[in-house]
Design a protein around this ligand. Structure first.
Ligand code: WT7
Length: 626
């Protein structure tokens, strides 16, 4: 994009937002073209968020059918499994076929419009087809990342009331197998509701199949019709639920609806990545996360951009995996996470330099703040100093990117997400809720107004949606992020200001980890905070007090790891568990996390006033045992 084009977009939004948003909607094929744009109010008494309310469309038709007349036999996605080079390309016609058959199987099993379907799968083409099949018949998909435990999966099944799970026999990541079907079986033992499990073969590993409940995809695929009409959906019909961690309680089911989400994802995909004929786009995110939904799958498919589905990890079989794959497939756009960049940077330049990477034209990063050192390495070594980097800031809740430099139009700054996209109005707010104006200032990041991709509600708990995001600063959406606006007016996300920890770009709620830890019979109390980590961005630091008379030690650490793995998944295992005689509490019994955070960060000279604590002595002990 040129600076003039970008300025024109901002200007178009400012002068006539309604026309601007309807214009963006024209990127899609609508069954019924909307005449309304946004209708939103963040007032407690009349809270609503609606976009394109009078329109109807089908997202699977926008990803598949719209491409059939002109490019049925072009590549829609490239499956790149854990084993380098053992993948295959899937055309739009093939993906359409697969999607329709799967949709017909879901229908046979009684899945109807509005029903919820869980997807617990590796990054195989069938996983894409499963999401598209749900969208095709109007079922609401809820993808759960394969790294979550059976208990987490069961919690999500219960929360959204799904009856059907689509899974695979096993996943493979970094050479290791993940027992997906066995995990689903275990989840079903914890939650009674599932009556159908569709099992796709990935490894051919042995699994238990229960008669009447479990179906082998391969046994049914052939007989099913490859024709399944796309159900016209109202723009505000829910498209998916994606669970994400917050500062308190259980994960929230973030609800995105059909029309606005599709418009925002297609729009931002085009603005940010500027897809062109001949592109091969690779976003390394798993479909278990929002990045995988919006930018591995839906964005590329809607815009007809071939997308790589990567079922591996960047460091397997070795540190040149990404670069070798880029050369072998001819990848032109790479979108990945700071944690991956830092892990590869540690391996030095040689694994990168030994591959040409001359197909690449654009690099992207997402998921957490990127430290300038990693940004420079990404730019100078991976990008040979001549490719633009888009540092895209957004959230599960925002559906798509909200802030990023745009190549050609915005100048890049290592570590800054720079400017909001057209239509997005960020502002910084102080602790009292007053807007902080001007430049060279810091505050809590909020957004004024709405955009089509904004989440609509928390599944089953609309009040929690309002309380979580719109209560801190009435009338504004509060992101949970801290942010600096520099002297040029560019934005720098400084990280979460709430009790959410960002470990390798994965959101972990402190309350969830704490409740997993206290599930251990010897644990009296636990408090969890984030601490800076060289590779992961943040690591989890847990302070644990044991029942009177118990001693902490290696074997309890192992048991606590097992608790976290069981209740959440290995991704939430603390980096460090520190046993403590007591936790710093106010006289009214509230744990002072601020002090724990400083101790975990090693900023021992910044503990602040500890004299108001019920027992100031506990702090000395915590500092001593660090
Ligand atoms: C949180 C949202 C958005 C998809 C992946 C994560 C952090 C995300 C950036 C960035 C600085 C970033 C924020 C945000 N974050 N992208 N480019 N620079 N911070 O989605 O799990 O919903 O997490 O990730 O803290 O609030 P998520």
């Amino acid at each position: 994009m040129t600076p003039t084009e970008l300025a024109a977009l901002h200007e178009a939004h400012a002068s006539d937002p309604h026309a601007f948003w309807l214009e963006q909607a024209r990127r899609l094929d609508w069954e019924r073209v909307p005449e309304r744009s946004g209708d939103t109010s963040f007032d407690r008494s009349d809270f609503h968020i609606r976009w394109y309310e009078d329109g109807s469309l089908n997202l699977s038709a926008n990803c598949l059918d719209r491409h059939l007349p002109e490019r049925a036999n072009d590549t829609a996605l490239v499956f790149e499994p854990d084993e380098p080079g053992a993948g295959r390309s899937v055309t739009y016609a093939e993906l359409h076929d697969l999607t329709c058959r799967l949709a017909n199987l879901l229908k046979e099993r009684g899945v109807a419009k509005g029903d919820r379907v869980m997807i617990y799968m590796p990054m195989v083409p069938e996983a894409a087809a499963a999401m598209l099949a749900c969208a095709r018949i109007g079922a609401v998909h809820s993808v759960v990342f394969g790294g979550f435990s059976p208990e987490s999966l069961a919690g999500r099944i219960d929360d959204c009331g799904a009856r059907v799970v689509v899974t695979a026999d096993e996943g493979v990541r970094g050479g290791k197998r993940i027992p997906l079907k066995a995990n689903v079986d275990a989840a079903c033992d914890l939650s009674g509701a599932i009556d159908t499990i569709i099992v796709v073969t990935r490894t051919g590993g042995e699994v238990t199949m229960r008669e009447g409940r479990d179906l082998r995809w391969e046994d049914h695929c052939e007989r099913l019709s490859s024709d399944c009409p796309a159900e016209p959906m109202a723009a505000e019909d829910p498209l998916f639920i994606l669970y994400t961690s917050g500062s308190t309680g259980k994960p929230k089911g973030v609800v995105h609806t059909t029309g606005g989400y599709a418009v925002w994802v297609a729009t931002t995909f085009e603005w940010v990545f500027d897809p062109r004929p001949g592109d091969l786009y690779w976003c390394t995110a798993d479909i278990g996360w929002i990045t995988g939904h919006s930018y591995t799958l839906y964005g590329p498919l809607m815009t007809g951009t071939p997308t790589v589905m990567f079922d591996g990890v960047p460091t397997y079989p070795d540190a040149s995996r990404l670069w070798e794959t880029i050369d072998r497939l001819g990848v032109t756009i790479l979108y990945t996470a700071p944690t991956a960049i830092r892990a590869l940077m540690r391996e030095g330049d040689e694994p990168v330099r030994k591959h040409r990477r001359d197909s690449l034209r654009l690099l992207g990063t997402v998921g957490e703040p990127i430290n300038p050192e990693a940004w420079r390495w990404y730019h100078d070594v991976v990008g040979d100093g001549r490719r633009a980097i888009v540092d895209t800031w957004w959230q599960t809740e925002t559906g798509g990117v909200l802030m990023t430099p745009l190549p050609g139009a915005t100048s890049m700054k290592p570590g800054s997400a720079t400017r909001p996209l057209p239509g997005i109005e960020p502002l910084l707010v102080d602790a009292e809720g007053r807007e902080i104006r001007g430049n060279d200032v810091s505050g809590n990041l909020c957004l004024r107004g709405s955009w089509p991709g904004q989440m609509r509600t928390v599944w089953g708990d609309p009040q929690r949606f309002i309380d979580t995001y719109f209560a801190t600063y009435p009338g504004l959406y509060f992101t949970g992020d801290g942010c600096r606006r520099d002297e040029d007016g560019d934005y720098w996300i400084t990280g979460r200001v709430d009790d959410v920890i960002n470990v390798s770009g994965h959101r972990i709620g402190t309350a969830e980890v704490e409740s997993a830890l206290v599930a251990h019979p010897l644990v009296a109390e636990a408090a969890v905070v984030g601490a800076p980590h060289d590779l992961k961005g943040q690591g989890i630091h847990a302070f644990v007090t044991l029942n009177a008379g118990e001693e902490g030690g290696e074997h309890i650490v192992r048991e606590l790891h097992a608790e976290v793995r069981k209740h959440i998944g290995a991704l939430a295992i603390p980096e460090r568990i520190q046993f403590a005689r007591g936790l710093p509490k106010t006289r009214s019994g509230k744990i002072m996390r601020r002090i724990l955070r400083k101790i975990a960060e090693g900023q021992l000279d910044q503990l602040g006033d500890t004299s108001t604590l019920a027992d100031p002595g506990v702090v000395d002990a915590l500092v001593r045992d660090r």
